[in-house]
Design a protein around this ligand. Structure first.
Ligand code: SAH
Length: 323
C-alpha cells in the first residue's frame, strides 16, 4: 500500500475531500478506487493510477487465529495476527521491523532492529484484516517496542480512534512495553484512555536482566515507580504480562516474590503460557495452575491467557525468523 501521493492529487480539491478519502480507505476499507463511487470518475481514475491500495500478504490460518506476513513497500516483512475470541476480534500489530531489545526468549529479538514502521504501515496491518473481518480491538503486541517508535504509534492510535477512520475506542487499544520509562511518562500525559501493559516476566531485577537485558537500563524498580505515577495520574489499570517458562520464572519462590510486588491497587497480572522455541519451554499445566493459585491466594488480580496459534508460529517474531 502506498498513500503518499494522495495529498498531491487532492491539493486543489476542497478541504473535505481528504476526510472523504480517509473514510473510504480506513472506514469503508475499500480495496479498489472503483468502489469509491462518491468521488468523480476523473478523481477515481487518477487515484487508481497513482495510489496503490494493495496489501501484499501471505496468510497462515489455525483454529481461531490468522497470521499475515505482510510485505512492505521496501520489501521488508512484518507479522500481524488476528485473534478471534468469543465476544471480540483482536488484531495484534507490529510497531517496528524487528526489535533492538534482544529479550532472550523472544524470536523477534533475534532479528535485530531493521527500522521503525510509519503510522501508515501500522494502520495497514489493521486494515488488512478489516477488509474481511469486523475488528474490535487492537493490541501493540507484535514485533518491536512501541515506545521506541512513540510518535508513529501515537499517530496511528489517533487514526484508529478517529470516528471518520477506524472508529475503535481507545479503551479497546492496548500498548505493551518492556518498560521504556519515557514512554510510560509521555503516555500518562496524552489524555487518551488506551490500556498500558508491561512485559514483566520476572519477579526481581536480577532475574529479569538475565532474560531481558534492557533491565540494566530500565530497572524493575524504576519501571514500577513510573507505573505508579502513571496510575496516580490516569487512575487506569495496568496489566503486567508474565510469560511462564520452565526453569526460568515459574517456581513457587518466583510466585511468592511476584505476589509481593504485584499487590497494589489497579495492578493486574496476566499469565501467559510460553510458546515453545528451541531455547525455552512452557512449564506443565500443573505448574501454571500452582503459580496462578498462589497469586490468587495472595489477593492478586490474575488472569491467564493461553497463547493462540502456536501451530502457525504466531508468537512474536517466530514466523519472520522461520522465513
Ligand atoms: N516490545 C513490547 C511489545 C511486544 S509484545 C513488549 O515486550 O511488551 C510481545 C509479547 O509477547 C511480549 O510480552 C513478549 O515477552 C511475549 N513473547 C515473546 N515471545 C514469546 C513466546 N515465544 N511465547 C509467549 N510470549 C512471547
Amino acid at each position: 500500500m502506498n498513500l503518499q501521493q494522495i495529498n498531491e492529487i487532492i491539493e486543489k480539491e476542497p478541504a473535505f475531500r481528504k476526510k472523504q478519502i480517509e473514510k473510504l480507505i480506513y472506514g469503508d476499507a475499500i480495496d479498489d478506487f472503483d468502489k469509491a463511487t462518491v468521488l468523480s470518475l476523473k478523481l477515481r481514475e487518477e487515484l487508481k493510477e497513482k495510489v496503490s491500495l494493495k496489501i501484499e500478504a501471505e496468510v497462515f490460518k489455525s483454529k481461531n487465529t490468522k497470521k499475515a506476513l505482510i510485505t512492505l513497500s521496501d520489501g521488508l516483512k512484518i507479522e500481524t495476527v488476528l485473534m478471534k475470541h468469543e465476544d471480540r476480534t483482536t488484531v495484534c500489530v507490529s510497531s517496528q521491523v524487528g526489535c533492538a531489545l534482544k529479550c532472550k526468549f523472544c524470536a523477534t529479538g533475534k532479528l535485530g532492529l531493521k527500522r521503525n514502521l510509519t503510522s501508515e504501515e501500522i494502520l495497514e496491518q489493521v486494515l488488512f484484516f478489516k477488509r474481511t473481518e469486523n475488528i474490535n480491538n487492537v493490541v501493540f503486541m507484535g514485533m518491536g517496542e512501541p515506545f521506541l517508535n512513540y510518535d508513529n504509534v501515537l499517530e496511528a492510535i489517533r487514526t484508529l480512534n478517529n470516528e471518520n477512520a477506524f472508529n475503535i475506542g481507545a479503551r479497546h487499544i492496548s500498548i505493551s512495553t518492556v518498560g521504556i520509562i519515557e514512554g510510560i511518562n509521555k503516555l500518562s500525559n496524552e489524555k487518551l484512555q488506551v490500556n498500558l501493559a508491561i512485559s514483566l516476566h520476572a519477579p526481581n531485577n536480577k532475574k529479569r536482566t538475565k532474560i531481558m537485558p534492557i533491565s540494566e537500563k530500565y530497572t524493575l524498580e524504576a519501571i514500577l515507580t513510573a507505573v505508579n505515577k502513571y496510575i496516580k495520574k490516569t487512575n487506569r489499570k495496568v496489566m503486567f504480562e508474565y510469560t511462564l517458562m520452565e526453569n526460568v520464572n515459574s517456581s513457587l519462590t518466583d510466585a511468592k516474590e511476584l505476589a509481593k510486588i504485584m499487590r497494589r491497587p489497579l495492578y493486574l497480572v496476566n499469565l501467559i503460557k510460553y510458546n515453545n522455541t528451541e531455547d525455552f519451554k512452557a512449564p506443565s499445566i500443573e505448574t501454571i495452575k500452582k503459580f496462578k493459585g498462589y497469586l490468587e491466594k495472595g489477593g492478586i488480580y490474575v488472569t491467564e491467557r493461553y497463547r493462540f496459534g502456536g501451530d502457525i508460529h504466531a508468537a512474536c517474531g517466530q514466523l519472520c525468523l522461520k522465513k
